[in-house]
Design a protein around this ligand. Structure first.
Ligand code: IPM
Ligand code: MG
Length: 355
């Protein structure tokens, strides 16, 4: 297969980790006989430095013309002083909305070898954790009207959802559940928020098309507590944009490190953007310390969702699992006294186990 991938390394550790994911994609392509071409795109702080805006029309265009986008991370203290609408994060939001990527899949799986890295007690995670956060990505409070009053003494961010926006993400969640444990939990705040009540009504309607899937609802405060009390209770968590942002960071830590969680941002065709859920970690940028696994696993998701190449996706996931079980650890997942290796070496160890 011929694949055209747009690379958005971004800021901080972004370039370090994207480099390892590219090495992995190249290795898979070689082993399975695919051709890959890359086009690099500036977005985030690097783009602000070069072009004074976080995302240029050209950058968005290049991303849109590709088959899939692989993104590292954006942002950093260097750009903290820029006005809100020009912040590096705007690049990410611009890509997500500009490319129509409304469905964000964030799987959290605990590797048995890493159970020591989880802050939860062994008894809580002994039966494993394997959940999927399905986060609505192009609506809600992130994209609603926002502003300040004239005197600057009050500010607002509007959370708005339409029925079609809820319907399309609900379908994605039910379909994902169908090939998992067939359980969807909608996380909301329906005891307070009108948008949440609309979510409950709409998802309940859609659920009638999926009578093989069980559906329940949970308030977000309770869900964030249940996630650490009994994570195995969950299969698919379906939620709006901001709750999904928060819950996926929490879910990642259950697995041992935020450096492990991959994500896919999808729409209704094969196109997708793939990125680790973590940020740009500017304090460790360029030091060969960052954990590249979340980005490498995001590349696996790219093979799965954008190219429908399941064997290739599995080959990457198996290589990661085998590296972990052989004791390969970056600093964030190394136990006390355990040897930690660098970003590049971790990437090498993973690609060595492919093919
Ligand atoms: C994420 C990040 C982004 C988000 C930020 C950087 C805008 O936290 O992908 O989870 O909130 O979506
Ligand atoms: Mg986040």
């Amino acid at each position: 297969m011929e694949m055209h991938i747009a690379l958005v390394p971004g800021d901080g550790i972004g370039p370090d980790i994207v480099k390892e994911a590219v090495k992995t994609i190249d290795k898979v392509a070689k082993v399975y006989g695919h051709t890959v071409s890359y086009r690099e795109v500036d977005a985030g702080g690097v783009s602000i430095d070069k072009y004074k805006v976080p995302l240029t029309e050209d950058a968005l265009q290049t991303a849109a013309e590709s088959d899939a986008v692989l993104l590292g991370a954006v942002g950093g203290p260097k750009w903290d002083h820029v006005p809100g609408n020009l912040r590096p994060e705007k690049a990410l939001l611009g890509l997500r909305s500009g490319l129509g990527l409304f469905c964000n899949l964030r799987p959290a799986v605990i590797y048995p070898e890493l159970s020591d890295a989880s802050p939860l007690k062994p008894s809580v995670i002994s039966e494993g954790v394997d959940l999927l956060v399905v986060r609505e990505l192009t609506g809600g409070i992130y994209f609603g009207e926002k502003g300040r009053s004239n005197d600057g003494k009050s500010a607002y961010d509007v959370m708005r959802y339409s029925v079609p926006e809820i319907e399309r993400i609900a379908r994605k969640a039910f379909e994902a559940a169908r090939i998992r444990k067939k359980r969807v939990t909608v996380v909301d705040k329906a005891n307070v928020l009108e948008t949440s009540r609309l979510w409950r009504e709409t998802v309940s309607e859609i659920a009638r098309e999926y009578d093989d899937i069980s559906l329940d609802f949970m308030y977000v405060d309770n869900a964030s507590m249940q996630l650490v009390r009994d994570p195995k209770h969950f299969d698919v968590l379906l939620t709006e944009n901001m709750f999904g942002d928060i819950l996926s960071d929490e879910a990642s830590m259950i697995t041992g490190s935020i450096g492990m969680l991959a994500s896919a941002s999808l729409r209704d065709d094969k196109f997708g953007m793939y990125e680790p859920i973590h940020g740009s970690a500017p304090d460790i940028a360029g030091k060969n310390i960052a954990n590249p696994i979340a980005t490498i696993l995001s590349a696996a998701m790219m093979f799965r969702y954008s190219f429908s190449l399941e064997d290739e996706a599995k080959a990457i996931e198996n290589a990661v699992a085998s590296a972990l079980s052989d004791g390969i650890r970056t600093r964030d997942i190394a136990a006390e006294g355990e040897k930690a290796i660098g970003t590049t070496e971790c990437g090498d160890e993973i690609i060595r186990r492919i093919g």
